[in-house]
Write a protein that binds this ligand. Structure first.
Ligand code: AHR
Length: 496
């Protein structure tokens, strides 16, 4: 513990734009897993259910969370899923075993129900196709069903099912985590890369406008991380637009300082995947550069659920991975969003995994209104206020030592500027688990700076119980604020 607060200065250069803020970084993920769909999005018997059986309390929270795009229907689930089981008149649909989560899938919620829910939630759709037990043909047929206006067999079937207009789904994942031995239909990188190539061509033959995501490695801890991505892209670089990355951060798998600095691992992962993808692109002599789809990320208490998932238990919508989050988790979620924003020039899509009940910011019980988890707040505030451009900021300050990531800057942040209002928003995390930071933000190149709002989410590791002091403004364009240990903060500044 040092004597007084750690001193950190941040200079914002209002003219140095890194990238426009991409709304698709505020994506989420809904999988047929546990009570994510049944008892989450959809619960016809609930007092808050609407005429379609959707929970309106959940819908209201999804809108408040500010989710832009939702990946569906999996996840591991998709690798054994037959999309045809979830379309057409509900009375004609049958239940099936879902081998991924050892659950019974009733199939009363499928593509049309998800599309209707998305329209109510105001979110875009990102679909994953099954490349575990199925292949190019079935994927192309799903594109035909979903995106062709009419006059072709499956598009006409969709119309007979009551959906006249196509769903117009643009973004598609070519399978899920195909490097994982746990994945149904797990493949070698060569096999998967060739299948992704064939599938992409078959899907594009039906709809040329598609944006396609190849499966990158499912995590940095995978033994094949890196070589998987490289081999896959050797086989399909030409036909895909993005490569996926996944990562979950388990608070109980690390010491506290390392967990709080989890964003250092995400940052490194993004740099590595970008470097690998660009190397393949250069080798192939292609001008095109791929984006990253970080389509599964979150804090997940994975260790707590290991035994639960391996129990043979074929039930409908069992309670799986219903994590209860702390304010420290909210700080980490906020810092992971900072990383995604900082890489907005290459990360094109990001999906917090998942949305409701299962590893989720929203929790819904059958007999109560849905509620916000602690991690809801850092996501919702960032989504609402990180608008406009990401602006370059220079930070000077000490580092903290972590066992897993080594030395990392104690203050980690990003700044955005809303070009419509001229408001600057600084999102900062104090990664120290022991010391407060006195942060001085310098915007002296602008004539007047005024604090509009300061929100603090405090990890509560070593607070005194005293209220936190409000930010203080200096006449010379500087604003000071005190950030407690393990805290996430959002400072909104008006400028003229
Ligand atoms: O999000 C839960 C699971 O985590 C997903 O099904 C899978 O893709 C990942 O391993």
């Amino acid at each position: 513990m040092s004597e007084g607060p750690l001193r950190v200065s941040m200079t914002i250069d209002p003219d140095a734009v890194i990238a426009p803020v991409n709304r698709r970084l505020f994506g989420s993920f809904v999988e047929h897993m546990g009570r994510g769909v049944y008892g989450g999005l959809y619960e016809p018997d609930h007092p808050h259910a609407d005429e379609d059986g959707y929970r309106t309390d959940v819908l209201a929270l999804v809108r408040e969370l500010g989710v832009s795009i939702v990946r569906y229907p999996g996840g591991n689930f998709v690798s054994g899923y037959r999309w045809e089981d979830g379309v057409g008149p509900v009375e004609g649909r049958s239940a099936r075993f879902d081998r991924a989560w050892r659950s019974i899938e009733p199939n009363v919620f499928g593509l049309d129900e998800f599309a209707r829910w998305s329209a109510k939630a105001g979110t875009d759709i990102m679909l994953a196709v099954n490349l575990g037990t199925r292949g190019a043909q079935q994927a192309a047929e799903l594109v035909e069903y979903a995106n062709v206006t009419g006059g072709i067999r499956l598009s006409d079937l969709r119309r007979r099912h009551g959906r006249e207009q196509p769903y117009g789904v643009r973004t598609w994942c070519l399978g899920n985590e195909m490097d994982g031995p746990w994945q149904i239909g797990h493949k070698s990188a060569e096999e998967y890369g060739r299948l992704a190539f064939k599938t992409a061509n078959a899907m594009r033959a039906v709809d040329t406008t598609l944006e396609l995501v190849a499966c990158g490695s499912s995590g940095r801890s995978m033994p094949g991380f890196g070589t998987w991505d490289e081999t896959v892209l050797e086989n399909c670089y030409e036909v895909v637009d993005l490569i996926s990355a996944h990562s979950y951060y388990d608070p109980e798998a690390y010491d506290l300082p390392s967990f709080v600095a989890s964003s250092a691992a995400m940052d490194e992962q993004i740099r590595q995947v970008v470097a690998i993808a660009d190397r393949v692109g250069r080798r192939k002599g292609m001008a095109k550069r791929l984006g990253i789809s970080f389509d599964e990320w979150n804090v997940w208490y994975m260790g707590r659920h290991e035994s639960q998932e391996s129990t043979p238990d074929w039930r409908r919508a069992p309670r799986l991975c219903e994590d209860d989050y702390t304010s420290t988790d909210a700080v980490v979620v906020g810092s992971l969003l900072i990383t995604l924003l900082r890489h907005g020039d290459r990360v094109a899509i990001a999906c917090q995994a998942q949305l409701v009940n299962t590893i989720a910011p929203i929790h819904a019980e059958p007999d109560k209104p849905a509620r916000r988890q602690a991690i809801f707040h850092s996501f919702a505030l960032t989504s609402r206020h990180a608008v406009g451009d990401v602006i370059h900021s220079a930070v000077l300050g000490p580092t903290v030592h972590t066992r897993v990531h080594g030395e990392v800057p104690v203050l980690y942040g990003v700044v955005t500027r809303d070009n419509a209002t001229g408001t600057f928003t600084s999102f900062s995390v104090n990664r120290s688990t022991t010391d407060p930071i006195e942060l001085v933000v310098d915007l002296s190149s602008l004539p007047e700076v005024r604090v509009l709002e300061h929100v603090l989410l405090d990890g509560g590791q070593s607070t005194t119980g005293e209220p936190h002091p409000a930010p203080w403004e200096h006449a010379d364009g500087e604003v000071g604020l005190l950030l407690p240990p393990v805290s996430w903060s959002m400072l909104r500044l008006a400028t003229t």
